[in-house]
Design a protein around this ligand. Structure first.
Ligand SMILES: C[S@@+](CC[C@H](N)C(=O)[O-])C[C@H]1O[C@@H](n2cnc3c(N)ncnc32)[C@H](O)[C@@H]1O
Length: 233
């Protein structure tokens, strides 16, 4: 089975879920995504004076954490959904954060010169692009030599038992929560399917290498249901 991941389709789907996106994230993960994000951003080692690009930034969670880690660094968040970006800008305003720039753009054709950023991050976004290998080559292009790449993604656990439980959570519990709380619960069926079809962490690490990244390392969390990947250009 294949999913339609054309940027137009994905943008319209995220436009429809943007309003309740943050609430649904908390409910679907039992708030655990907050810890995952903090652990991951620390692993990026983003520091003062550096530049970071947060791809598929959505409502800005990773971008804000990067900014918090290095307030004198420069952070740019890019997303294809205008409504998710509007949510990010509103949150920045409410939090009084001015040091993060949000831009509309497609990961497959980034509007930046070669070798621009010290760090690139993408959280829960790589499974939504039409071609992950090409996306990671494009991301590599805009990262400086020796720059770091951090990916956080929901992954199918390697253990068969855990995989069964994770599939149950995504195919039964998540759509139920979405039905009650989200305006467009259909989108959450897509999310469940996209996680189920995503490669396991060791398999995906090979795709990161194939995109030209080096020193690829991965750190499974929550029984392998989420994985943090790190790589160097
Ligand atoms: C599941 S959300 C993750 C948002 C955020 N990173 C987070 O951690 O909450 C996925 C995001 O990827 C964005 N996205 C999907 N495909 C994209 C593409 N080709 N270019 C840019 N953004 C994309 C969607 O619009 C959506 O906001």
């Amino acid at each position: 089975m294949t999913l339609d991941k054309s940027p137009e389709k994905i943008a319209s789907m995220f436009d429809q879920v943007a309003y309740r996106y943050d609430l649904l994230n908390d409910l679907m993960t039992g708030f655990s995504h907050r810890r995952t994000r903090k652990v991951a951003v620390r692993m990026s080692r983003f520091s003062e004076g550096q530049t970071a690009l947060d791809l598929a930034t959505g409502t800005g969670d990773f971008a804000f954490l990067l900014h918090k880690q290095a307030p004198k660094g420069k952070v740019v968040g890019v997303d294809i959904s205008l409504r998710m970006l509007a949510g990010a800008k509103l949150r920045a305003k409410k939090m009084g954060i001015q040091g993060v720039e949000f831009r509309h753009g497609n990961i497959m054709e980034l509007p930046f010169d070669d070798n621009t950023f010290d760090v690139a991050t993408i959280g829960y976004g790589i499974r939504n692009v039409p071609d992950a290998l090409e996306a990671m080559k494009e991301i590599r292009r805009v990262v400086k030599p020796k720059g770091r790449f951090l990916i956080v993604e929901a992954t199918p656990p390697v253990s068969r038992h855990m995989r069964f439980l994770a599939n149950f959570h995504f195919s039964k519990i998540v759509p139920l929560i979405a039905k009650v709380f989200a305006y467009n619960s259909d989108a959450y069926h897509y999310f469940a399917k996209s996680v189920e079809l995503f490669p396991t962490a060791p398999e995906f690490a090979e795709t990161i290498k194939a995109a030209g990244w080096q020193k690829v390392f991965f750190h499974p969390m929550y029984f392998g249901t989420v994985t943090v990947f790190l790589a160097v250009k």
